[in-house]
Write a protein that binds this ligand. Sequence first.
Ligand code: TRP
Length: 416
Amino acid sequence: MNAYTRQCAGPPGGAAGTPPPAFGLLPGATGAEARTAERSEPERLGEFTAGQLGRLCDLVGIEAQQRSAHQRVLSDLLGPAAARPLADPPPSPSFVSDDHTPVEFSLTFPVGGAPVLRVLVDPGCAARALPDNARTAWAAVGRLAAQWGFRLDELTRVNDLFLPPVPHGPLALWSALELRPSAPPGLKLYLNAGSRGAERSMETVGEAMTRLGHGQAFEPVRCYLKPRFPERATFMFFALDVGPWAEPRVKVYVVHHHATVADAADAARLVPGACPQRVAEVCRQIGGDDSFSRLPLISCYSFTGADAGRPTGHSIYVPVRAYVRDDLAARDHAVRLLRRYGIPSAPLDRALATLTARPLSAGVGLIPYLSLVQASRQAPRITAYLSAEAYRVFPPREDAGSGSPADDRRAADRAG
Ligand code: TRP
């Protein structure tokens, strides 16, 4: 439970978690055979997540040399946390995932293109207190930028706003890598809009947008938030693409508390290229017509240099894990959504199988979010967020309602 989800029902269950997958991974091994390999050493966080990352790289066609480079970056970002045995508790209560694994993967599926793999890391996770977390993360990001030869000008321009001496939680600075087949990763940074207190987040984000030259484009978002803040809408992350991106974005994440499908669709109306009906459709598919009160829907507004006084992109994040019994049902939602946009779903099934050996029906949370991204001049994209589950598998929710199309296959899933 954390600052954003406290009012809502948290991760399902509360019962003791099942242990992490009982397979080990030999360093550098990525094949299925490695998963069953015997090992005497205790498995460590860095090795476990690098193994998952390696298998996901294989899946999206990233070759051995680049795969190893990506695995090294992940391990560097984890710092001393990488060496922690998985049998120990998580390094800190990282807000990256429900079980506090400081790593989360995602596969984004552009219409008509190959899936793109990304990984989100809490680079300060080994620190006990947030100020240390911030310092460690800043240093780690600085090392990456130096290594890849780019500057962190945008971050430097707003760092006093988001990394004050005594930052508020639940995060300080996260980094996400977009993993490319033949180049260093694209780097994205996530900051806490509530770093100086949630009540000051409007001021903090507004000031950052002005400094980065998006003051005017941010205006529609500010007007949308104003009458709703903080009961119905609050800020979450402030994100920056840094380094050599074709079109770097600044992103502002807005949490919709207890929103209905219509509220979510309305939130997309601020963005000229986004179709509110598509947002309504994905929300309704997953959550039905009740308000989203177990975990909130989240919108992300993106801003680029090309904006004409408005945000240029909108994403809706649906916390599917709170609205299904188990991951078989979450997977079915993902597949249905992909099919709706004509995107092959086989890579998703393969990705799930590379992350865990457990039956999908035996837990929930492997797919924490599904999102739909719409931006002007681009085809929509679907993204499935994927948990590492290094520390815990949450038991299926028994209050999610039965009769889902997955029911018949659940027995087979458990058996096989
Ligand atoms: N675990 C947090 C949450 O569930 C933060 C987070 C991780 C998140 N991945 C995300 C939020 C993707 C939005 C989208 O809210």
